[in-house]
Design a protein around this ligand. Structure first.
Ligand SMILES: [Zn+2]
Length: 423
């Protein structure tokens, strides 16, 4: 049983070796790939995808996403115009997340899953916030993601910005979810969490043997707040609660760090999630990995779900601010697989694949792969997507759910959300 990719050109995502072969894709969580000389005669036509002239490689992952922001595109401007990072949060995102109900969360998650899969992303690490609908929010997102075939690592973004009761509800949702599912302990950012909350987070990650997922020094506001209120810097503060040196912990952004903080991260087992487009959009600064070590992954920070695009932006920005190589961008783009595998998270095995319908005007081979990855390939070339050995996107369309139904539901929920945000 399983799927056959006929006459595929397989690109090994680690070695970049090319191999022309039929591929047998085993289904299931632990399904593997086999290069085979022939396809069994009795194989049903539905189980064979003709990949002649197509490239097959491992599918992609997003290390920092916010599915809850999916219905923000095109929404009316906030009633007050934000003039800095804190006001962007206050006037836009903290108004949006307070108005999320369970249906809007579900619609946002379904759309995010569809958008992710169609751009070749089969694994999303999501950071969720909905302060007035906390209970059941993670199960709702997990259900929507799984319904269309997206694997995930979720967390609820605990914050004290809406009072301690809301913060405790966030921990309750996290604990409840982690009893049965793989996930992280989410925190918003240093500037919205008290020492009590950090202590609780430390207890929680010990209890469930997980790590934190938090925004770190996205803007200097975070550092200034920490220095004023705690007389230390953000990474030092998190490290004092033993939240950093953990192979599961994800620190998103990490823009405004001094050498001592970078040392803490470099010597720790934690991972950094870079979000170039979001940083440009918020005007908060430019990512520079110097001194941070090798554990860097890429995310979209809720801007969209397209990881090829995210990698290309990271390249253009990195050229200007980090003197980066194409190989380094590709390494960061693929690092999520090492993060997931080394932490034994499920859903990113070898049978997660994309079939690229990419017909370049020049040769594509191991030697010039990066040139095509950065300047040629984009998510429009993602023709089929295989998640855990099952075809979840066939000819650019979801197989698990009617996309028109998702869009209809999303638009209906977006209207409701935007209306509620005006009140
Ligand atoms: Zn974020």
């Amino acid at each position: 049983m399983g799927l056959y990719l006929k006459n595929a050109t397989f690109i090994d995502w680690e070695t970049l070796d090319f191999k022309k072969s039929h591929i047998h894709v085993e289904p299931g969580e632990k399904g593997k790939l086999y290069f085979v000389d022939s396809i069994p005669l009795k194989t049903h036509a539905d189980q064979v995808i003709d990949c002649e002239g197509k490239y097959v490689t491992k599918s992609f992952g997003n290390a920092h996403h916010h599915s809850y922001s999916a219905l923000a595109r095109g929404m009316p401007p906030p009633q007050s115009t934000p003039e800095n990072f804190y006001e962007i949060l206050k006037y836009i995102w903290w108004n949006l997340d307070k108005n999320l109900d369970i249906d809007i969360i579900e619609a946002s998650a379904l759309f995010t899953a569809a958008e992710s899969l169609k751009s070749g992303v089969t694994f999303v690490i999501d950071h969720h916030s909905s302060p007035n609908t906390i209970d059941g929010s993670l199960e709702t997102i997990a259900g929507a993601f799984e319904f269309v075939g997206l694997s995930h690592l979720l967390c609820y973004e605990v914050s004290d910005r809406d009072g301690m009761q809301t913060s405790l509800e966030g921990f309750a949702e996290t604990g409840h979810y982690l009893k049965t599912a793989q996930g992280l302990a989410g925190l918003h950012a240093s500037f919205t969490v008290s020492d009590h909350t950090l202590k609780r987070a430390a207890q929680l990650i010990q209890k469930y043997k997980t790590g934190i997922h938090i925004h770190v020094a996205e803007d200097n506001y975070d550092q200034n707040h920490c220095k004023t209120n705690y007389k230390q810097r953000v990474v030092e503060r998190l490290d004092n609660f033993n939240l950093v040196n953990n192979p599961k912990s994800i620190l998103a952004h990490c823009l405004h760090l001094d050498d001592a903080e970078k040392n803490i991260i470099r010597k720790s087992a934690a991972w950094v999630a870079q979000n170039t487009e979001s940083n440009l959009n918020n005007g908060v600064g430019h990512f520079n990995a110097k001194g941070l070590g090798n554990n860097i992954m890429l995310g979209t920070d809720g801007m969209h779900s397209d990881m090829i695009r995210s990698a290309q932006y990271a390249w253009f920005s990195g050229k200007e601010y980090e003197n980066i190589s194409p190989a380094e961008i590709y390494r960061r783009f693929r690092n999520i697989h090492y993060y997931l595998e080394s932490n034994k998270y499920k859903g990113d095995g070898g049978n997660n694949l994309v079939v690229l319908d990419y017909d370049p005007p020049t040769d594509l081979n191991k030697e010039n792969f990066f040139g095509h990855f950065i300047y040629g390939i984009n998510s429009n070339h993602v023709q089929h997507v295989i998640s855990k050995g099952e075809v979840v996107v066939r000819d650019h369309k979801l197989t698990g759910m009617n996309e028109d139904d998702i869009l209809l539901y999303a638009r209906e929920m977006a209207k409701k959300l935007w209306m509620d945000m005006k009140k």
